[in-house]
Design a protein around this ligand. Structure first.
Ligand code: NAD
Length: 504
């Protein structure tokens, strides 16, 4: 392995790997800078691990599997009860790290870490979740039962936009089911998971049960093709999700791969204006629009646009943008990198060139006390049409497109033309319109007067189409099914033999 001599404690700026219970700072095959996007400054670096490091991590996980699989489910659950407590005790430190490496406001970081904690809580109920079914007397004297057994080494590959929450979607449940795990977080935000894993260690994690590597394509390919890896959970953009699904399944792995999104919010003319404006602003501009469930397009029906837009523009102008690593928190932080900010601004410009109108322009935002930060203010683009690049591509920034529709049918048809299928929402006071919408819209997570219908730990995260590749979704009972395989045992005991002594 290409290891340097420095240890975890000596070199804090190089993010360590965690293999077989040992933290180690390694050189890797290059490094990737980690920014504080609020300042535009490099705060750490992630090593780009190659095949040798990945092999060591997978071998450690494979060696730890037999003992961990045989650890009673109640004991595995107790580890997560202790872990939950430790995460709660270190909550502020975790949220500050999320905010520093990603740029979320502290309030947004807190919300996302709570979503993660709920996944730990769900993992605590694993003894109940793993219970099988039995049928006595399937035939005379024959009983049948189902068992849910772990798969072996599972892998998690995660995106930049939720440094704590998305990893927590994966490894608590995978481990609770009795699997061992290799986690590869986004090389843009590798710091928070170090804290999360240190806490799991403190809670009593046995060596090798969870391992951490860093890197990009080379590292991911080594994980996707390793013969001892049984299952892969992925969250990221659709192009990469598709690649992960195709490569992983071709190599015989079980794969669940969440992709990108473009989420539509239909606003009917009878919607409550104030509630809808608040919900739309949160859905579009929360986390600077860097959410796979961001409400990025408002489909306003009839007179809804005239009722809504003046207040919505006012709300966008009122959003204060600034650094998130200070006590006086802004309403919105930066986006992840300068390149990403430029891409988002270029998409807005392309919409303008193709005939749309920018009615709230966040491109001119300047943040005096953090001039090198990656900022863009809340932006609203009206008159967006289907064929525009801005309408088709995932923007993943603080931009709300407005598309004007004549009726609900047209709005549903517009939403359904999307190649994605993550979330969709409707704002209305009409039960009939809501019912029509929920039945016909082509999306896996639907909100009725709820702008961001992202599911919590006990429900699956049910993206459709280009937003998800696989069969069993992340979280909830589907998550348990993904991380286990079923065995059906049919048993018959014959009446003759030593077993019958007790009858005599
Ligand atoms: P990304 O696809 O660029 O990266 C995700 C992960 O894949 C990272 O760990 C990265 O290192 C790795 N990766 C990147 N390119 C790769 C390649 N060519 N081959 C192999 N691995 C590669 O995504 P991102 O920019 O980090 O995150 C934003 C995206 O994630 C958005 O599209 C967003 O919608 C999506 N997302 C989806 C969900 C969901 O549940 N559907 C949740 C959060 C984010």
């Amino acid at each position: 392995m290409n290891r340097s001599l420095s240890t975890h404690s000596q070199s804090l700026s190089r993010c360590p790997v965690f293999i077989n219970g040992e933290w180690e700072t390694i050189r890797g095959n290059g490094i990737s800078p980690v920014f504080n996007p609020s300042r535009g400054e490099v705060i750490a670096e992630a090593p780009l691990c190659g095949v040798d490091v990945v092999n060591a991590a997978v071998e450690a996980a494979a060696a730890a599997f037999p003992a961990w699989r045989d650890t009673p489910a109640v004991e595995r659950a107790r580890l997560f009860f202790r872990y939950r407590q430790l995460v709660e005790e270190n909550f502020d430190r975790i949220c500050q790290c999320v905010s520093r490496e990603h740029g979320k406001t502290l309030a947004e970081a807190r919300g996302s870490v709570y979503r993660g904690i709920e996944n730990i809580e769900y993992a605590c109920s694993i003894p109940t979740l793993l219970m099988g079914d039995t049928l006595e007397n399937l035939a005379r004297g024959v009983d049948c039962e189902t068992m849910h057994q772990p798969l072996g080494v599972c892998v998690g590959i995660t995106p930049f936009n939720f440094p704590a929450m998305v990893p927590l979607w994966m490894y608590p449940l995978a481990l609770a089911c009795g699997n061992t795990f290799v986690l590869k977080p986004s090389e843009k935000v590798p710091l928070t998971v170090v804290i999360l894993i240190e806490l799991l260690e403190k809670a009593g994690l046995p060596k090798g049960v969870l391992n951490l590597v860093h890197g990009g394509r080379e590292c991911v390919d080594a994980l996707l093709t390793h013969s001892k890896v049984k299952a892969i959970s992925f969250v990221g953009s659709s192009a990469v999700a598709k690649y992960i699904f195709e490569t992983g399944t071709r190599h015989g792995k079980r794969v669940q791969a969440n992709g990108g999104a473009k989420n539509y919010i239909v606003v009917m003319p009878d919607a409550d204006v104030q509630q809808t404006v608040e919900a739309l602003a949160t859905a579009a501009f929360g986390c600077a629009g860097e959410r796979c469930m961001a409400g990025s397009t408002a489909l306003t029906v009839g007179k809804a646009a005239d009722r809504l837009l003046p207040s919505l523009v006012e709300a966008a102008h009122a959003i204060r943008v600034g650094p998130t690593d200070v006590e006086a928190q802004p309403d919105m932080g930066p986006v992840i990198t300068a390149q990403h900010r430029d891409r988002v601004m270029n998409l807005v410009a392309s919409g303008e060139e193709e005939g749309a109108k920018v009615i709230a322009d966040g491109r001119r935002v300047r943040v005096a006390d953090a001039p090198k930060g990656f900022y863009m203010g809340a932006t609203i683009v009206d008159g967006v049409q289907d064929q525009m690049t801005l309408a088709r591509e995932e923007v993943f920034g603080p931009v709300l497109n407005v598309m004007r529709m004549e009726g609900l049918d047209e709005a549903i048809a517009a939403a359904n033309r999307s190649s994605y299928g993550n979330g969709a929402a409707i704002f209305t006071n009409s039960g009939r319109a809501a019912r029509e919408f929920k039945q016909r819209v082509k999306a896996g997570m639907v909100g009725i007067n709820v702008g961001v219908p992202a599911t919590l730990a006990m429900f699956p995260f049910t993206g459709w189409d280009e937003s998800f590749f696989g069969d069993l979704h992340i979280q909830g009972k589907e998550g348990v099914q993904f991380y286990t395989r079923q065995k059906v045992v049919t048993a018959r005991w014959f009446g003759e033999g030593v077993g019958d002594v007790w009858q005599k």
